[in-house]
Design a protein around this ligand. Structure first.
Ligand code: TXA
Ligand code: MG
Length: 356
């Protein structure tokens, strides 16, 4: 299949944009797939109410079909069409964080097919804020089911180039809106039970959510290893191998910045002794401490948003460069750090070296 790729300039609306969104809408309405930017990561969209569109999404991504999709909406009224028993807490969260990087899990209406929800009686709903996502949803009139637009198991795409890398020739269309702002997927909160629970940490932190609700629970599987063995992850997608670069990523933590960099430098030397291609993922604060053939800066510890923004692109760069061993510092598990560490731990297959 030939994938149509169209650039949308966010700064300046062009007359030809109308035809592009028209074509994207036609594709969605006939069950086809359109990748589009959101403020978090690129999504791979299909009509959430068409079972065959969901099947097409699973096939294009190579994703197990028991892993449910998030339904993207373009206005608040859509919630009651898709969801039942929307709680008071859910209303508070919607008011505080939508449109934006938050997904809520509700009991589903009959209209939502099981193909979209991976067989569950609940549905994940998100109202994104990105102008391209909103225009696509609103002009097509479609509720857009969209997982991240990567091949299953690869890091989520934060630029159109990443989507092209993974899905060119496998989907109908890609809308290229340039690099996304946030770079980590939305925070998922289950509001279908008595107490809201965070199932996946994201840009909206548990501290912010607690600020609105007064309290919030966190699925203990979030920062734990071997989820399948002793904890059942409530977001089915969280149990799969994720974000993994082809090389082995190892996180080093505990001790001062100097102790961490000294240990990483030793590990780099050992790996180079075994003729491995090695890289270090450093921060702006620490990068000058490393002696390695490749040192990439993920961002600044003073600005964790920069770390979130660059994380997935750096994991992809490791693959492009054929890196076999990757050493990375770890981050605090508070605030945005919780989401950053959740993704890094998965990418590392939970390989963490604790100093001391
Ligand atoms: O930021 C995002 O959320 C991006 C953009 C495109 O919106 N989407 C995204 O989708 O990250 P995906 O499919 O890569 O991740 C969706 C996660 C999966 O872990 C899935 O298991 C969980 O949401 N999920 C979806 N529906 C669910 C449900 N009914 N109950 C529990 N978890 C659900
Ligand atoms: Mg994903």
């Amino acid at each position: 299949m030939e994938t149509i790729i169209k650039r949308i300039d966010l700064e300046r609306e062009k007359p030809e944009d109308a035809e592009i969104f028209c074509e994207a809408s036609r594709i969605l309405k006939k069950g086809g797939l359109v990748a589009f930017p959101t403020e978090t990561v690129y999504g791979l969209g299909g009509d959430a109410l068409m079972p065959c569109a969901a099947q097409n999404i699973y096939a294009a991504k190579g994703r197990p079909s028991d892993n449910p999709l998030i339904v993207h909406i373009g206005d608040f009224d859509a919630v009651d069409k898709l969801a039942k028993n929307v709680s008071e807490d859910a209303h508070k969260l919607m008011k505080a964080f939508w449109p934006g990087p938050m997904t809520l899990i509700f009991e589903k209406q009959e209209m939502v097919p099981k193909e979209t929800t991976g067989g569950l009686d609940t549905v994940a709903v998100r109202f994104p804020s990105h102008p391209v996502a909103l225009r696509l949803i609103r002009e097509s009139g479609v509720y857009v089911a969209a997982p991240s637009a990567n091949l299953s198991g690869r890091p989520s795409p934060t630029r159109a180039e990443h989507v092209i890398e993974d899905l060119d020739g496998r989907i109908d269309m890609i809308l290229d809106g340039g690099p996304v702002a946030i770079g980590l997927e939305s925070t998922i909160i289950d509001v279908s039970g008595k107490t809201p629970v965070i199932l996946r940490p994201g840009y909206i932190t548990k501290e912010q959510i607690a600020g609105i609700l007064g309290r919030i629970e966190v699925d203990p599987a979030i920062l734990e290893e071997h989820v399948q063995e002793h904890l059942v992850a409530k977001a089915p997608g969280m149990k799969y191998k994720h974000y993994a670069p082809k090389g082995q990523l190892i996180l080093v933590e505990g001790g001062s910045m100097e102790q961490v960099s000294t240990r990483i430098n030793q590990l780099v030397e050992e790996a180079m002794g075994q003729n491995k291609k090695v890289a270090v993922i450093a921060t702006k604060e620490s990068r000058d401490c490393y002696k390695a053939p490749l040192v990439v800066t993920i961002g600044s510890r003073q600005d964790e948003e920069s770390v979130a923004h660059n994380l997935f692109a750096i994991l992809r760069e490791m693959d492009t460069r054929g890196i076999e061993m990757i050493y990375c510092e770890s981050f605090e598990r508070e605030q945005l750090g919780q989401a950053i560490m959740n993704r890094l731990l998965k990418a590392a297959g939970y390989h963490v070296l604790h100093l001391n």
